[in-house]
Design a protein around this ligand. Structure first.
Ligand code: PMP
Length: 422
């Protein structure tokens, strides 16, 4: 870490990796296998981070390794079309009903940035609505009241972002129809898009209230605005067809990342044909990338999706999640009653909030929970060889490698800390 700190700001290549909010020194890793992570000192950790999502079938899965190994000897990049990118795109289009056309990029940030550009091009309007506590990558226009690392650092907006680049960013409150109505009343005909994490996983885990996504679908239709589901987190993790399938609401556009590249940098944005046809070279909205559709990422992503099918991963993870629910219920019930903790899970995402027994519905309710207690639990997890993302604003991830005994171990650490707090 000392060497890291000399060469990288804060010793990290992404602020969420720093231990700034939980305190202490980040762990420096050297390898991973299945559900285990190993640091450079040889310590073993059970992994509930999955590299922030991509590794849904665990580290170093043999099918993904062999697909990449084979590709490694053929070509690692072409900068030209390949059959590999078509194969993955066809699979994604097959999985996600309503998605007609997409484009591969290299990060979630590029995907959301490009999706909003296409939406603006398609509607001829400039403003867009995002929600407080949602994170859509680090493009200037999104760094207003954002979640994840920005929330962790207690500064949900960023320096170095000129007023001009965010003057068309409107911010609403997650789960508040009223806040969205207000913005549409005021700026209705100028709003190109509404972008949302349909399940918010960058302010802890916050689920959409029943009907909220349906409401967004209706109001965007009424004002001819594009509804964008940012499924960088949720895509290929919660359901085959994503949140559209889960909540029976179809957006106009999607963004994907993480699992789509199987842990190698890849992401995508896509949607209805008439919107995607705005993108160059068909249309006038320019967007490009030297390594877009990178062959290694395309085979890793394809192999991951095939493995999800082979393992019936969504069913398997839901069953594992239900086991976690019942362990939490058995072990932590007294602490719910004492208003020390609450717990939420959706598929393979889980989250504990401390100092309350009422689940937060939006960012300010999350921010009011006891992060100091989270930090205490976090260090107890690390001490017991359990790794999660180092912030109370992040979620836990289950991979298909996790077993019941791992869940018990993780929950028992929470219980032990809460008992010492009494
Ligand atoms: N959107 C969401 C919902 C995300 O969670 C993230 C990253 N965690 C991004 C966009 C940005 O993706 P990337 O870090 O690949 O740029």
């Amino acid at each position: 870490m000392e060497r890291s700190q000399r060469v990288f700001p804060g010793g990290v290549n992404s602020p969420v990796r720093s231990f700034q909010s939980v305190g202490g020194t980040p762990i420096v890793f050297s390898s991973g296998k299945g559900k285990y992570l190993y640091d450079v000192d040889g310590n073993e950790f059970i992994d509930f981070c999955a590299s922030w999502g991509p590794l849904i079938v665990g580290y170093s899965h043999p099918a993904i390794l062999s697909a990449m190994e084979e590709q490694l000897h053929k070509a690692v990049t072409f900068g030209a079309p390949s059959d590999l990118e078509v194969r993955l795109a066809e699979k994604v289009i097959d999985w996600v009903p309503g998605l007609e056309m997409l484009r591969f990029v290299s990060s979630g940030t590029e995907a959301t940035m490009s999706a909003v550009r296409a939406a603006r091009a398609a509607t001829g309007k400039n403003k867009f609505i995002k929600f407080e506590g949602c994170y859509h990558g680090h493009a200037d226009q999104f760094l207003v009241k954002a979640g994840s690392g920005l929330a962790t650092l207690g500064n949900p907006s960023s320096a170095g972002v000129p007023e001009g680049t965010i003057s068309d960013t409107l911010t609403a409150i997650y789960n508040s129809e009223e806040s969205v109505n207000e913005l549409f009343e005021k700026f209705g005909n100028e709003i190109a898009a509404v972008i949302i994490e349909p399940v918010a996983a960058n302010m802890g885990l916050v689920l959409p209230k029943p009907g909220f996504l349906q409401f967004l679908r209706k109001i965007t239709e009424k004002f001819s605005a594009v509804l964008i589901f940012d499924e960088v987190m949720t895509g290929f993790r919660l359901a085959r067809g994503g949140c559209a399938e889960l909540f029976s609401v179809q957006p106009d556009m999607w963004t994907f990342g993480k699992i789509i590249g199987g842990g190698v940098p890849a992401a995508a944005y896509g949607g209805k044909k008439e919107i995607m046809q705005q993108v160059a070279p068909l249309g006038a909205a320019y967007q490009a990338g030297t390594l877009s559709g990178n062959p290694l990422a395309m085979v890793a992503g394809y192999a991951t999706l095939c493995e999800i099918e082979k393992q019936s991963a969504f069913n398997l993870l839901e069953k594992l999640g239900q086991k976690l629910d019942s362990i939490v219920e058995t072990e932590l019930k007294p602490f719910f009653e004492k208003e020390k903790i609450c717990y939420v899970r959706e598929g393979s995402f889980f989250c504990f909030f401390f100092g309350t027994n009422k689940l937060p519905n939006n960012f300010s309710e999350v921010a009011a929970t006891n992060m100091t207690l989270f930090n205490k639990v976090y260090h107890a997890w690390i001490k017991q060889g359990i790794y999660l993302g180092p912030s109370g604003y992040e979620v836990g991830f289950l991979s298909t490698c996790i077993e019941e005994s791992d869940l018990k171990k993780m929950v028992n650490v929470v219980k032990d800390v809460l008992m010492t707090e009494e």
